[in-house]
Design a protein around this ligand. Structure first.
Ligand code: FES
Length: 155
């Protein structure tokens, strides 16, 4: 019996040297999500300019190595992007950018996606803007709530 999990070099890199760790004071939007099953929590801070571009992004993750690696990669992927592009980021694209994750760690990447959505939601509320396609985030994320290719199922 083997319990060995295979992690790509990119996952190991982002876990051992995570990018964008920290917080942003007076952030435009802050999103916190957790997974009650594993107890992990992720918080994302966004600094958004008046044209809707993400000038800076930081995260804090109280979670496993895959959660840290996916938050690190997800923040890299949305940095400098427009909020519409950030909204389109899926856990699948984060996993692809990391060259994959073991199946039992897929839920960790959902935290990263949802934390960004939650931060966008907070920004939209605070700034009284509407972001097309943005839905009210859940604070507790379960893998069963999502299809892994959920980009198509959500309009
Ligand atoms: Fe829960 Fe990774 S084990 S986020």
């Amino acid at each position: 019996m083997s319990t060995k999990l295979e992690y790509s070099d990119k996952v190991v890199d982002h876990f051992t040297n995570p990018r964008n760790v920290g917080e942003i004071k007076n952030a435009s939007g802050v999103g916190t999500v957790g997974n009650a099953k594993c107890g992990d929590i992720m918080r994302v801070y966004l600094d958004i300019d008046d044209k809707g571009f993400i000038k800076d992004v930081k995260f804090k993750t109280f979670g496993c190595g895959a959660a840290i690696a996916t938050s690190s990669m997800a923040t890299e992927l949305v940095k400098g992007k427009h909020i519409d592009e950030a909204l389109a980021l899926t856990n699948k694209s984060v996993m692809e950018a990391l060259d994959g994750l073991p199946q039992v760690k897929v839920h960790c990447s959902l935290l990263a996606e949802e934390a960004i959505h939650a931060a966008l939601w907070d920004y939209a509320q605070k700034s009284h803007v509407t972001i097309d396609g943005l839905k009210k985030p859940k604070s507790d994320i379960h893998e069963d709530d999502h299809d892994h290719d959920h980009g198509e199922e959500e309009e």
